[in-house]
Design a protein around this ligand. Structure first.
Ligand code: BG6
Length: 489
């Protein structure tokens, strides 16, 4: 099985925050990989823009290092690296004052080619950059702007940011990245649901007992102290990545795979989420914060020690969510995400209802409800657990086994990073995997009452030892309903 690369039109790609962490770890390596895959048409150009005063050559050195450190050694080809560096230039700009945008204009020149402005900067600068781009005459009908989360810290601030960008760019030109939507298995969820006749008839409250979505990380703060302590796990992971996953599991079949058809269906799910109010919040939500422990093979500090002070910010959150519509009434969606957990694993578990009646003797063992496990990372794949008879003589003994489809084993292709696909979608102008304004705002409309309830109830963080699966409250949250978190096997 080979992958197909469809070349895109020539484009100019400008990274604001060009010397930052995202550019280094994700954007430059992703662009390099797409060039290497043969997806660029010439002349495609890449501009770094930031406050640092660098020459073109100094920025090229930065890009060279970024590739050396963040592209797997097997994918580094010296000739390709040199070609890549040749298409790079650097412009020193001050996003706030607008100083330097004329230099950017001069460097880019007049043209009708595709321009992608990637804002890998603090959201407080989104509005200024958009306005300065317009003032400098850099916004053409073929321009697009790409913004990273967090888009606001509540509904009001998200609206203000969307308004500020929207004053310059049309909604069709705005690409709000949620990199989870670019992950291979996330897209596979659509194939699994809508390219197979098998699951859809069962995909509802008559046959599904509950859904679990886990995004567990082994890493801690990774140096993002000031951002993370103001955000916390609810804003950092649930408002965007986890709700997007929930939408893809729960949405109705869109009429087509085009951007608005898909996003209309996701929006309906977000709007149908049952609001968590103040009195329910302690039963439906758990906040946790990691303590010292062992993770990723070594001893690690507590969150407070990493931060250098005490804090009430959650590094873990578990939520029992409900969707109030015909398909999902009465089917809980248990969400959990956290840092410094036992391992890095992201998966979606669909647990079907138990069989209505067992014809087997007790000695045959338990009949376990069927589970479909969609593994996003690591080792992407899909496992369908089914009951079988243990082979051989000895009477009827039942066993729960997995039909195991590991993508790495089944397909001999490199799994591209989410950013590779998403950046190319921006160039193609395909918004299917990006969040529309109303989606972002609907997600905040569900998150805001949780934040308010936490505040009102002074719902504090429960400590959990690093390297475990989170606070005991998270286990209680699901066990109160007679269910347990799925253990990866
Ligand atoms: C980011 C969050 O959006 O996603 C980080 O801000 C988190 O806190 C990261 O670590 C997880 O992404 P991935 O692709 O490593 O699962």
């Amino acid at each position: 099985m080979t992958s197909t690369t469809i070349p895109v039109e020539p484009f100019d790609f400008v990274v604001f925050g060009g010397t930052g962490d995202l550019a280094e770890r994700k954007l430059l390596p992703a662009l390099y990989q797409r060039q290497k895959a043969g997806q660029f048409s010439e002349p495609t150009r890449i501009f770094g823009a930031s406050r640092s005063e660098l020459s073109d050559d100094e920025f090229r050195e930065f890009a060279r290092k970024a590739i050396a450190e963040h592209v797997p050694a097997a994918d580094i080809d010296d000739g390709q690296v040199e070609r890549f560096l040749k298409r790079i230039a650097y412009v020193h700009v001050d996003a706030k004052s607008g100083e330097g945008f004329d230099r950017l204009k001069a460097a880019m020149g007049e043209s009708e080619r595709i321009r992608a402005f990637y804002l890998a900067v603090a959201p407080a600068l989104f509005g200024d950059i958009a306005a300065n781009l317009e003032k400098a005459g850099l916004v053409t009908p073929a321009s697009r702007i790409i913004v990273e989360k967090p888009i606001g810290r509540d509904l009001a601030s998200a609206r203000a940011l969307n308004d500020a960008i929207g004053r310059v760019f049309d909604e069709q030109q705005i690409f709000r990245i949620d990199h989870y939507l670019g992950k291979e298995t996330v897209q596979n969820l659509m194939a699994l649901r809508f390219a197979n006749a098998l699951y859809e008839p069962l995909w509802n409250s008559a046959h599904i007992d509950h859904v679990q979505i886990t995004v567990a990380e082994a890493v801690g703060l990774e140096g993002r102290v000031s951002y993370y302590d103001k955000a916390g796990a609810l804003r950092d992971m649930v408002q965007n990545h986890m709700l997007q996953l929930l939408c893809l599991v729960a949405m109705e079949a869109p009429a087509a795979l085009d951007a608005d058809a898909v996003r209309d269906e996701k929006l309906k799910v977000l709007r149908a989420l049952k609001r968590v109010n103040g009195s329910d919040s302690p039963k439906l939500t758990v906040r946790g914060q990691y303590k010292a422990g062992a993770s990723a093979g070594g001893a690690v500090k507590s969150y407070a020690d990493e931060l250098g002070q005490d804090s009430e910010t959650e590094t873990f959150v578990a939520i029992k969510a409900e969707i109030e519509n015909w398909r999902w009434a009465g089917v809980p969606f248990y969400l959990r995400t956290g840092k410094r957990l036992a391992e890095r694993v992201s998966e979606i578990v669909i647990e079907f209802k138990p069989i209505p009646h067992s014809i087997f003797e007790e000695s045959a063992g338990n009949v376990v409800a069927n589970q479909l496990v969609i593994r996003l990372q690591p080792d992407e794949g899909v496992k369908q657990f089914i009951m079988i008879k243990d082979p051989g003589p000895g009477g009827m003994r039942l066993r729960n086994v997995a039909l195991d489809m590991s993508f790495a084993q089944a397909f001999d292709v490199r799994n591209p990073d989410a950013y590779e696909r998403l950046i190319m979608d921006v160039v193609r102008g395909n918004q299917t995997l990006f969040m529309r304004r109303d989606e972002v705002e609907a997600a905040w409309r569900w998150i805001d009452p949780i934040l308010e309830a936490w505040d009102e109830n002074q719902q504090g963080v429960q400590g959990y030892t690093s390297g475990t699966w989170g606070p005991s409250g998270s286990i209680a949250l699901i066990e109160r309903d007679g269910r347990t978190w799925h253990e990866s096997i």
